[in-house]
Design a protein around this ligand. Sequence first.
Ligand code: WTA
Length: 652
Amino acid sequence: MSEIKKPVFKPNKEFSKNARVKNMCEYNDLQDWATEDYEGFWEHFASEKITWKEPFTSVLDESNTPFVKWFEGGKLNVAEQCIDRHLDKRKNKAAIIFEGDRGDKQVITYLQLFQNVNRFANLLKNKFDVKKGDRVVIYMPMIPEAAYAMLACARIGAIHSIVFGGFSAEALKDRIEDADAKVVITADGAFRKDKPYMLKNVVDKALEGSTPVKKVLVVERNGEDIEWIANRDYSYYELINNESDKCEAEVMDSEDPLFLLYTSGSTGKPKGVQHNSAGYILWAQMTMEWVFDVKENDTYWCTADVGWITGHTYIVYGPLAMGATTVMFEGVPTYPDAGRPWKMVEEYKINQFYTAPTAIRVLHKLGENEPSKYDLSSLKVLGTVGEPIDPPAWRWYYEQVGNSKCAIVDTYWQTETGGHIVSPLPGATPIKPACATLPVPGIMAEILDSQTGEKAEVGETGYMCITKPWPAQIRNVWGDEERYKKSYFGDVKKDGKAVYFTGDGAVYDEDGYITITGRTDDVINVSGHRMGTAEVEAAIKKHPNVAEVAVVGKPHELKGEGIFAYVVLKQDDGVADEVEEVKAINAVIKTEIGNIALCDDMVFAPNLPKTRSGKIMRRILRSIAKGEKITQDISTLEDPSIVKIIEDKVNS
Ligand code: WTA
């Protein structure tokens, strides 16, 4: 049963008065409407929110489930949703406010965004021969051109696939090949903590040997020397001004793909999560409006990177679809000190601030009193995303940053859900620390018992599922329909019907509120980044001395989870120099995946705990990593004595 009752914080009355959803009655009305007339609910919002070029003729087609279709017959262009339709009312409104690492600033109005995106789209079309349906990989820092690149692809119907700038050449290569991308858009590099870092050299390496990529477009950001390969590499600034600022938008079907975003699963290589046009952009806009309640004159800031889904939906697509002002930040929140975000909140009068628990923990630790040095009175809504937030970090965020007057929206969702699925609505939902609370209206999110598929009892951890298709749901794993079905619709059935399983565990409290308890599979969450332990293991196995490896997550004070690797070397005559061996293995991880997957702990063992059939008992390894007492029965192991040997090594 659930532990101590969590305190409840009611919405700020003044805020609620003007909120889009003002109280729980209004919330319940919306959710009841969706429950009673699911298609009617979505038909209403799709008609109201999207500027259709041609109206849709059906709402939801489930005839080939789980391959669902939303708003068929409808025609639109997502770039027009995000830009053109705002020009009448907002052409001189700031669409993007950019702040660079070094404090340089740029304001891009909707009209300028329109012109920049159109030039970019023309460049891709005319110079690089990018056509509707082609894949374009974007490997960029956090600069406005990354947003232009995304929207330019959307304008001409190309499918973008952003690869986070922290991934290695090998990881980039895999993603380029899997998507069969024709063009890469990158930058020479950018700035971090006042120092330049490089991206173009990583692209060069990723394209060595055979590659589907024909052309590379380079946005010069830090001005460092890079290699230019003739007839392959082109300078953005040399070409862009030759292009017209008018580009006819491609007419897209509701279900034409908009983008791919690779994400880790519990097995094998990363999956290319495919999102399509209408359903995705509808939900991006609706959740922006409901969950952040952004108003016409507000300034909204999400600190994510465009390389992750949060950057897609809540820096670019969602805010722009609703005509908001979105802040884009190149730098690091703790540089030059842990007051940087609060300084920016004061300067830009930020109204909604959205970040990850890992950033909150670091800002709390390094700058507990920093918020009090700035005027943060513009803040109305604070958001968190990416991992469970711990109550002390939540408290500090609520009290010190939000001055105990801002709602905290603990938004639970995933790359695959496209947008929020469980979250408080800031004007309506009484919140509890570290609790995602209730499904966002329209989302049939339920915790199901893992055995029976019945709704889980209060206090019993079950599987976080979504029992009806929703518009922004993943449509496919790029090029692998079987994997799509198996990954998401294989584990849980409700009333005999396969339902979408998120991979997360969750628990209801006595008020029906949902708390996410974490992944139930072999995916770990490092600083809010999803990492398949299988992926890290595959990288470590590339080291020639490694015979076997098992990777598990371990609670980490700042990162949420850290990576703990148990390594068996090929010749175990004692590791000559463990420090050197750890360095060598981490170097392989850096090459194969990138710095984000470096191990926090590595232990060399003569063997791993396995069942007699050879299955590695990860549960035992997880317990050892956490320093817990082993309570599991180990007598069935192939070699029970190994548990004590590993425990002694870890504790030594
Ligand atoms: C976790 C990020 C607890 C969860 C948007 C999910 C969360 C994974 C929360 C998705 C939250 C995300 N509370 N856990 N508010 N939000 N998660 O695809 O395990 O990078 O499955 O999408 O992050 O990570 P992804």
